[in-house]
Design a protein around this ligand. Structure first.
Ligand SMILES: *Cc1c(COP(=O)(O)O)cnc(C)c1O
Length: 414
């Protein structure tokens, strides 16, 4: 190097790196022009109805911490105890030496909570979807998903190489047409052609519910398999708060129950619950499970403590408090899907730019509600996604409703 001076490429300022940044800046500008640019908000407090952003405290209606477990002392203690006993990291994938006691305890707790033979936890719900769909379906198979399923299911279905078909949201007739086609299709060479139907039980951005009973009857008629993502229902529905499948009755007839551990459960991770054979198969074939370091012991222990909390009387009280708050909000203004009980309340605005403005206006009033835009929801279907938690007070609900009315985002109920 001449004169021994080393200039790193970024300082020299030429070459491919710069071209990359130029190109990416152009793409980011395009996102800005469409009202689709996103940025991170640094929050300096735990999840709770009030969060600290910058030097201001906001009333928070953006969290999926529905039962207020993310900062629950009992659950934090479980995480701390796991750190003390098992350390900060798991060291390796579970199939090497990272399958620590807290992971096994979590899997057992999940199976007994959901009432299934077995369960397997993953590092995230996203990883659970990717690992499971890719393990179960391949290029000879068909995956049929509801139009509004979460991005991780769409990504998983694409990655699996299976034929992906989309049925109109909650439209059983449309689903049946696709199942008929799947049965007839020339590539259907198995004795029983594999079609795997995937839906959410409570939809993440609309808060409405899948007709699980009818879906189960339909998939049985066509010999298809069903996977139900209970991300926004686990902990909230059913006598034992297992999810919407429990409330609708037929959970034993769903082959694959998926859940997340980072929402109502208050920790992080994802899970699949089902038969012992399904779980054994996933341990052998789910690549996101096999080729990924096991979650930290603290996450597994906190998730198990979260599930136990949900199962307890305290869990029932939290759930009831949540429905009380939702009911209070319902009584203030007319909300979409009000016939379904849901902690997710969409206030549809439509245009992306207008939705961002509405969120900013609410923030001026000290209320934090996210503007949800494409690609999380369809273009022109942007919305404020209000999520209520058990820790909100009646006064918090009143404050939100008053602000929404004041900004003319909703109509007050007369
Ligand atoms: C959040 C979410 C996931 C992903 O779960 P993570 O644990 O956050 O990766 C999957 N499905 C639905 C419906 C979700 O809302």
């Amino acid at each position: 190097m001449p004169g021994g001076v080393y200039l790193c490429p970024a300082v020299v300022g030429t070459g491919n790196l710069n071209n990359l940044d130029t190109e990416l800046s152009r793409r980011l500008d395009a996102l800005r022009a469409l009202g689709l640019h996103r940025e991170l908000q640094r929050v300096d407090s735990p999840q709770s109805p009030r969060v600290k952003i910058g030097d201001r405290i906001f009333l928070n209606f953006s969290s999926n911490d529905y039962l207020a477990l993310a900062n629950e002392p009992q659950i934090k203690e479980a995480a701390v105890r796991a750190v003390e006993r098992y350390g900060a990291g798991a060291g390796s994938s579970r199939l090497l030496c990272g399958s620590l006691a807290p992971h096994h305890e979590l899997d057992e707790t999940l199976a007994s909570f959901k009432g299934t033979e077995a369960a397997l936890s993953f590092s995230s719900g996203y990883a659970a979807a990717i690992g499971t769909l890719c393990a179960l379906a391949g290029k000879d198979d068909v995956i049929v998903v509801d139009k509004l399923v979460h991005a991780c299911i769409v990504d998983a279905a694409r990655l699996s190489g299976a034929k992906l078909r989309v049925f109109a949201h909650n439209d059983l007739n449309d689903l049946e047409k696709i199942l008929k086609w799947a049965r007839r299709r020339p590539g259907a060479c198995h004795p029983a052609p594999r079609a795997l139907v995937v839906t959410e039980s409570v939809f993440s951005m609309d808060g409405d519910q899948a007709p699980l009973g009818e879906l189960i009857a339909l998939k049985e008629r066509y010999g298809a398999w069903l996977m139900v993502d209970e991300a926004h229902a686990t902990g909230l529905y059913g006598k034992h708060r297992r999810g919407l499948a429990e409330e609708c009755g037929p959970s034993g007839r769903i082959e694959i129950q998926m859940g997340t551990l980072g929402k109502a459960v208050g920790s992080a991770g994802g899970c699949i619950c089902g038969s012992r054979t399904l779980i054994e198969y996933l341990i052998n074939r789910a690549r996101s499970f096999i080729f990924s370091t096991a979650p930290v012991p603290a996450a597994a222990a906190a998730a198990a403590a979260g599930v136990r909390f949900i199962q307890s009387n305290a869990g029932e009280n939290r759930r009831n408090a949540l429905w009380d708050r939702v009911q209070e909000l319902n009584s203030k203004f007319k909300i979409q899907n009000s016939k379904n009980r849901s902690a997710i309340i969409p206030v549809i605005v439509g245009p992306e730019g207008k939705t961002v403005e509405a969120a900013a206006a609410l923030r001026e009033q000290g209320i934090f509600v996210p503007a949800i835009r494409y690609p999380t929801v369809g273009r022109g279907k942007a919305r404020l996604r209000v999520s209520v938690t058990a820790a909100h007070s009646t006064a918090d609900i009143c404050e939100l409703a008053a602000a929404l009315v004041r900004l003319q985002l909703v109509n007050r109920k007369s």
